[in-house]
Design a binder for this molecule. Structure first.
Ligand code: PEP
Length: 248
């Protein structure tokens, strides 16, 4: 299966910083054919990024989406607008959206439906908090998020990201065993939702992935890529991640 490695820049980088990053990054990964490479800049830099990646092996994702096609929704961005800006993918259900913007499973599901209807690939995020892990609720939380978030959704263009909240931006990475355990569990749920096609769905790990730990995580059977925050902000660091096979 082709791996999938995505950069989630969150609320970082202006238009000119995005341009500088891509100018440095694109030549470093131009020969990579076995990884789908995606960058997710803030909304304001999407259009400029789309111009910079034209004709390259780098694809563009937005970090969020709204489910309506147009209308009186001040501040929101419609699926068609993301396509128009050059996006092929969108991140949905990131824990920061769930936590700070109160997105629940129903909201996440509406967003996934809208993105898929527009033809966007979806990077669908799930993950447990530290408290949930410590009280042995990891599997219950992951099951609920996957089943509710993907209700009525087909598997086409779907990528799932497992991001334990306690590992995001903390420098605490899940061990390969911890990651594999949850990835296998997600694969099992996907098997029930998508009999026959679940094996082909990429499941990414996210949470303090760095050039130093990427190989051990990618060596896990059900880890098919990464969603990377902090270590994706510098071109050389994100290029090392994308080229993890060479770095071994
Ligand atoms: C993220 O928020 O998607 C993420 C994985 O962040 P970091 O790599 O900084 O932990």
């Amino acid at each position: 299966m082709k791996s999938f490695i995505a950069a989630n820049w969150k609320m970082n980088k202006t238009i000119s910083e995005t341009g500088e990053f891509l100018r440095d990054f694109i030549p470093l990964v131009k020969d990579v054919t076995d990884v789908d490479i995606v960058v997710a800049p803030p909304f304001t830099a999407l259009s400029a990024a789309a111009g910079a990646i034209q004709g390259t092996n780098v694809r563009l994702a937005a970090q969020d989406i709204f489910w309506e096609e147009k209308g009186a929704y001040t501040g929101e961005v419609a699926p068609g607008m993301l396509l128009d800006a050059g996006c092929t993918h969108v991140i949905i259900g990131h824990s920061e959206r769930r936590q700070y913007f109160h997105e629940d499973d129903a909201v996440v599901n509406r967003k996934v439906r809208a993105a898929k209807k527009a033809g966007l690939g979806v990077i669908f995020c799930v993950g447990e908090s530290l408290g949930e892990r410590e009280s042995n609720r990891t599997f219950e939380v992951i099951r609920r998020e996957v089943e509710k978030g993907l209700e009525g959704i087909d598997a086409d263009g779907l990528v799932v990201a497992y991001e334990p909240i306690w590992a995001i931006g903390t420098g605490k990475t899940a061990s390969p065993d911890q990651a594999q355990e949850v990835h296998a569990f997600i694969r099992d749920i996907l098997g029930k939702l998508y009999a026959g096609t679940a094996e082909g769905i990429r499941i990414l790990y996210g949470g303090s992935v760095t050039p130093d730990n990427v190989s051990s995580l990618m060596a896990c059977k059900d880890v098919n890529g990464g969603l990377v925050g902090g270590a994706s902000l510098k071109a050389d660091s994100f290029a090392k991640l994308v080229c993890y096979k060479k770095e071994k």
